[in-house]
Design a protein around this ligand. Structure first.
Ligand code: MSP
Length: 516
């Protein structure tokens, strides 16, 4: 079986999950599910980044031991995965012993390659980014360009990694496509960073008191980013299980946000090169979720709570929203009005209505037993819908392979829209009155076939909804064994299958009238 190893970034454990974290996990989950449904053995990891200074500071503020604080916070992120139905195969906390072993081993390999040296560092450090800035990069009065908080001037003796030794090689691997960075704009950004020249970075900090000890030193800890990036090989079994590592590594896809490409597309691949390990096949950098045009951030105070949103609209609806309405790679809106609109228009009206109307008619006109197709009674309108249905897989899968979820979903909703239109155009109730039974059966068969194909295509995005639809359609599909490419062939043998209308899939959200 072909394997696919996908990872998300690991989230800082100092605060609760925000909508951006949910977004990244959901789009990664859609890919993981799609890959599983197309025959891959999928490994899928996420987790928490726990050795940041903010974590230690927050624990101290609460009077808690930092590790106990991390374990408590990690629960929120694990719960988020359950709430959003994220099909992870591993959840890593960077304070776990397996990770410490892996960091120590990788550091040893880089040191052995002669790529670690001792030096003095003087620079401006943002404790929220956990990154150094040059004076030119700071804004105003020595403020961090990302967080708008004051950067600290840090002078310390620590250890550096010779990034510059590998930048030419890395550039060639990006240019040749051997190491893929998507979307194109991010690839160009990374190439221009490399062309401008990239300075060596320190891999340790001194006197922080929180983090993995740098082997062979007294007061040095591993720099939190150097530590965090290594999570990807820890999960694959580095330093724990060679056979597993041989099978899982390299990762096929690192899904991250666009703010952390420097770490994933320059520093991380060079760490691996130095240690003689293979590079991940691809890094995909998604955009940011915005709240009414502004980036969500703790500093602005406009962060949307993903738990509240899922409780309000259902995780399936939010998953749909992320996939359909946030264009992959771009920034996208995330607020109540936008979600309600997508819910009522796409899910309640287009999809939900199509399913309930169609199944209702099969119950009413065919006693709930699906009819067969009569080729001799197909008219042009029916043939047009049949053509669209036959072409769905090609359009849908081409978009999914590019992680273009909105494009993939547009092909599905184009088909359901056409099916709804066929109902209006053919008016099955009139066909029945006129005794045109073959035509009536054709319409109903085509509707069922449209819903079947659409539900298969929707299954990586809305797995719970897909199963509900399969139950209504009397289909025995099992997510674990399903191969969507095989099943999405047009022309299912419908005759006699028991169909039932059941409950509405997405009851419309009705606005509460405001009191005058
Ligand atoms: N801990 C580091 C990542 C280490 S990976 C080896 C980190 N953590 S984070 O909690 O700040 O962000 C985690 C992920 O969420 C990142 O990929 C980041 O880009 C993403 N997002 C943070 N804010 C976001 C939005 N407003 N919208 C979408 N994603 C965003 O960085």
């Amino acid at each position: 079986m072909k394997k696919f190893f996908i990872t998300t970034a690991i989230d800082y454990a100092n605060s609760k999950p925000h909508a951006g974290h949910a977004y990244e996990k959901v789009i990664s989950d859609i890919i993981a599910r799609y890959k599983r449904l197309t025959g891959y053995e999928v490994y899928f990891s996420t987790g928490t980044d726990e050795h940041s200074l903010n974590v230690a500071a927050k624990a101290k503020e609460l009077g808690l031991d930092p590790k106990a604080f991390c374990d408590m916070m990690a629960v929120n992120f694990r719960d988020l995965c359950v709430l959003y139905n994220i099909s992870i195969t591993d959840f890593i906390q960077t304070t776990e012993p397996r990770h410490e072993n892996s960091v120590t081993k990788l550091f040893g390999a880089i040191e052995k390659a002669g790529d670690i040296y001792k030096g003095h560092y003087e620079g401006w450090y943002c404790r929220s980014c956990e990154a150094f800035y040059t004076p030119a990069e700071l804004t105003g009065d020595k403020m961090c360009p990302v967080h708008g908080i004051k950067a600290d001037l840090i002078k310390e003796e620590n250890y550096f990694i010779k990034l510059s030794k590998y930048t030419d090689k890395l550039q060639k691997m990006i240019e040749s496509g051997e190491f893929k960075i998507n979307p194109e704009t991010r690839r160009n950004e990374v190439l221009s960073m490399l062309k401008q020249g990239f300075r060596d970075i320190s891999v340790s900090r001194s006197g922080t008191g929180w983090g993995i000890k740098l082997p062979g030193t007294q007061d040095q800890t591993i720099y939190v980013w150097f530590d965090a990036l290594i999570n990807y090989i820890t999960v694959a079994g580095f330093a724990a299980d060679d056979a597993r590592f041989g099978k899982m590594w390299p990762a096929d896809l690192h899904m991250i946000g666009k703010d952390i490409i420097k770490f994933h597309c320059i520093i991380w691949p060079i760490m691996l090169m130095s240690a003689g390990l293979e590079l991940p096949r691809e890094v995909y950098a998604h955009g940011f979720l915005l709240n009414k045009g502004e980036k969500m951030s703790k500093t602005t105070g406009n962060v949307v709570d993903p738990v509240e949103m899922a409780n309000k609209y259902g995780a399936e609806a939010i998953r749909y929203y992320f996939a359909a309405k946030v264009i992959s790679g771009d920034d996208g809106e995330f607020n109540d009005e936008a979600i309600k609109l997508a819910f009522n228009t796409d899910l309640a009206n287009d999809l939900g209505n199509l399913v309930s109307r169609s199944n209702n008619m099969v119950e009413k006109y065919c006693a709930g037993a699906a009819p067969e197709l009569h080729a001799e009674a197909m008219d042009d309108k029916m043939k047009a819908l049949e053509g669209l249905a036959k072409g769905l897989w090609a359009v849908y899968s081409a978009a999914m392979e590019k992680y273009d979820f909105s494009g993939a979903l547009a092909s599905v909703f184009n088909l359901t829209g056409a099916a709804n239109k066929l109902i209006e155009d053919e008016a099955p109730w009139n066909l029945q009155k006129a005794g045109k039974i073959m035509e009536l059966e054709n319409v109903l068969n085509l509707l069922l076939e449209t819903i079947r194909l659409a539900s298969l295509a929707l299954s990586p995005v809305m797995p719970v909804t897909a199963v509900k639809i399969w139950e209504k359609l009397g289909l025995g599909y099992k997510m674990e064994t399903l191969n969507i490419e095989n099943e999405m062939k047009y022309g299912f043998a419908w005759k006699g299958i028991k169909v039932s209308k059941g409950e509405a899939l997405f009851p419309r959200i009705v606005e509460e009238k405001k009191e005058k």
